[in-house]
Design a protein around this ligand. Structure first.
Ligand code: FAD
Length: 429
């Protein structure tokens, strides 16, 4: 190690860190900082992994380097703007109130900024992959992992041709894939009805059968190693003599450093503290279904993404979980199940879904910055306040890599991947 790096380094041993939010990102941050000797307290108003990190599709894929705002978006934009598609719905008032975000999001769908994001996300995903496997093993949760990849399904040859840009990009980033015809698809997923002309099997991908349970297992690992989890609602933050006070209904918690990992709720929380956080919410829903084989012998062996249908279907421990595409609206706007009802009809064409198993659809919020990259690092002008949120569609996947980069930044060591693309100074004032 160079002398320069040594002088810049701050050992985390015996430094107290309060991590706000026990989703995948916060729990991984807590584990990583703990492993470097910090005294870590993790605070959440709910048990670990009960919000966005609970209801996702559980996909951990290298193909997620492709953000939604990629150059392929332009071709589908006129259709999407009609606001009737299965994949994207938006609230016009929300977009008008977040015009800067909307313009930035589209601006990043141009080739050069898209490639910047794809490179950055590829790095974060590659960093996360082996750490997930290590954590799953250490947490005794390897039985939840499937290393069977996942699939994009095309209903027509024209749709397959239309996806050429995405496949080229995956090739450029050396993501292992295989194109399947109807026979190849039937061999791998015989439970699917023969309505798909082609499929792209993304082999560089794994998935879990209960994302919330995985976060719980990681959180247990943290407490088994001496970490403290506090169940409390966090109201505000105060800086005091070089420390931070986290104010909760159970009283204040003092730490040398604070990490804000409140997922979608980070925006309003930090805005109350006087910071500007131009982040949007790509909301999505899920529903479980019990087909004839649900509950052990599911009719799918890996997650699938029906591109025309606009849904992902993942085999989970409690049935087939169907997750929906994007609903751009306020974080806490009333649920609107129109999109879920629409995609359910498409999914029923693809597979014998059986009955709905949940009394009501689950609602989650994917927190997204205009360039589709999370913020990881110190808040501008606020020593000791660190940020780790905005992971859009891939926060379950990239929690471990985020934690590694964050701890390196806090420690003053050079991260394994460039941290600049994730700098909070891009957006936060
Ligand atoms: C439908 C859908 C499908 C998805 N599929 C995938 C997928 O297949 N793969 C993937 O990688 N990602 C997926 N995602 C995205 C992924 O779920 C998120 O990026 C990720 O869960 C974000 O994790 P987080 O820790 O940042 O946030 P969260 O999991 O939301 O954690 C934030 C925590 O902060 C707590 N909190 C908030 N405010 C307060 C407060 N005031 N006081 C105390 N606690 C508070 C909450 O209780 C919560 O536990 C999907 C998302 C959705 C909605």
């Amino acid at each position: 190690m160079s002398a320069y790096r040594a002088t810049m380094q701050t050992a985390l041993t015996d430094i107290s860190v309060t991590v706000l939010g026990a989703g995948m990102v916060g729990v991984c941050a807590a584990l990583e900082l703990q492993s470097r000797g910090a005294q870590v307290t993790l605070i959440d108003r709910r048990a670990p992994g009960q919000e966005t990190s609970f209801g996702n599709a559980g996909v951990i894929a290298r193909s997620s380097l492709m953000p939604l705002n990629n150059p392929g978006l332009w071709a589908s934009l006129p259709k999407l703007l009609r606001n009737r598609s299965a994949g994207l719905r938006y609230s016009l008032p929300f977009l008008l109130r977040n015009m800067g975000w909307a313009a930035g999001f589209l601006g990043h769908a141009r080739m050069a900024p898209f490639l910047d994001t794809a490179r950055a996300m590829d790095g974060l995903i590659n960093l996360s992959y082996p750490i997930h496997k290590q954590l799953l093993a250490e947490a005794g949760a390897l039985d939840r992992l499937r290393e069977t990849g996942w699939m994009y399904l095309y209903r027509t040859s024209a749709a397959f041709e239309g996806g050429a840009f995405g496949r080229d990009m995956l090739d450029q980033f050396n993501v292992a894939t295989e194109v399947l015809d109807q026979t190849g698809l039937r061999d791998l997923e015989p439970g699917l009805n023969p309505i798909f002309e082609r499929a792209l099997w993304i082999k560089d991908a794994m998935s879990v059968n209960a994302p919330g349970r995985v976060v719980e297992a990681y959180a247990r690992l943290f407490t088994d190693r001496g970490g403290r989890i506090v169940r409390a609602s966090i109201a505000s933050l105060t800086s005091l003599d070089g420390h931070w006070l986290v104010n909760t209904e159970k009283g204040p918690f003092q730490g040398d450093r604070v990490v804000v990992a409140l997922g979608p709720w980070s925006r309003t929380f930090l805005e109350r503290a006087g910071m500007r956080v131009p982040m949007a919410y790509e909301r999505g829903y899920h529903m479980h279904y019990g087909g004839p084989n649900a509950g052990g012998n599911l009719s799918l062996t890996r997650p699938i993404y029906d591109l025309a249908g606009g849904y992902v279907l993942s085999p989970m421990e409690n049935g087939l979980r169907m997750t929906t595409g994007v609903e751009l609206t306020d974080c806490d706007a009333l649920p609107n199940h129109a999109q879920l009802n629409l995609v359910e009809a498409s999914a029923r064409q693809a597979i014998d879904l059986g009955e709905r198993r949940d009394p009501t659809p689950w609602l989650g919020r994917r927190p997204t910055f205009a360039d589709s990259r999370p913020v990881i690092g110190q808040a501008p002008g606020r020593a000791g306040l660190y940020l780790a949120f905005g992971h859009q569609h891939v926060g379950f996947n990239t929690g471990p890599g985020t934690a590694r980069v964050l701890a390196d930044i806090m420690e003053g060591t050079t991260p394994d991947i460039p941290a600049e693309p994730f700098s909070p100074a891009r957006f936060i004032r």
